[in-house]
Design a protein around this ligand. Structure first.
Ligand SMILES: [Zn+2]
Ligand SMILES: [Zn+2]
Length: 209
């Protein structure tokens, strides 16, 4: 038996048509090669959507698989990142000096010390971009060359309250020196501490000045 393809209008032997139970005749209306082209085209047009849908539905699974793969292939990963580092030294340098890297490092440091971070990375980046100097002592922050600042001029996040939660409202970006002096006290405590000192050394020539 022969059959005409609805697409290319050529006549082929029935063996050149796929079986299709949804159709009365039991055979697909398009010949095998037309059907193949159609599927390929359909896939190309929709592959992003399928990919995204798949990723969304299987997010946990994919993350887990990725982690398992990296655990099994630690050597490969480390070699890859080392190679990448050597091929793109600028990339790491640029990233490490970026405000984003500073934000991520600061968040990590605070989390390690038991803080809860209730600020998004982008919000802190914005705050940092608008903070050009230490509000306490006035030392200028050089965000562009973050890594090359003198150590004590490094910007730090100071939490102004005792609740161990960083929010945009209760933090200040101050230099490392001021942060070290403030220790873990709130701003009020720090000021009263300074006042104590001033009272104690009232007669000192430096204070009298
Ligand atoms: Zn055809
Ligand atoms: Zn300062």
């Amino acid at each position: 038996m022969e059959k005409k393809c609805s697409k290319c209008k050529q006549i082929f032997d029935e063996s050149n048509f796929e079986k299709d139970n949804h159709i009365k005749s039991g055979l697909a209306s398009q010949c095998r090669s037309c059907k193949k082209l159609y599927m390929k085209d359909f896939y190309q047009k929709n592959k992003n959507k399928y990919y995204q849908d798949y990723r969304q539905k299987n997010r946990e699974k994919i993350l887990k698989m990725g982690k398992e793969w990296r655990d099994r292939n630690k050597l490969k990963c480390s070699v890859y990142s080392k190679d990448y580092h050597e091929i793109h030294p600028q990339y790491h340098k640029k990233y490490n000096n970026s405000i984003k890297a500073w934000v991520v490092r600061s968040f990590c440091g605070h989390k390690k010390r038991g803080f809860v971070v209730d600020i998004s990375v982008n919000d802190l980046i914005e705050r940092a971009e608008n903070t050009n100097e230490c509000p306490r002592c006035g030392v200028k922050f050089d965000w562009k060359n973050g890594r090359h600042l003198k150590n004590w001029q490094m910007p730090c996040i100071a939490c102004l309250t005792h609740n161990q939660t960083l929010t945009l409202e209760n933090i200040e970006i101050i230099c490392k020196k001021c942060n070290t002096q403030q220790n873990n006290d709130s701003l009020e405590e720090f000021f009263s501490y300074c006042r104590q000192f001033i009272n104690l050394y009232k007669e000192h020539p430096l204070i009298k000045k």
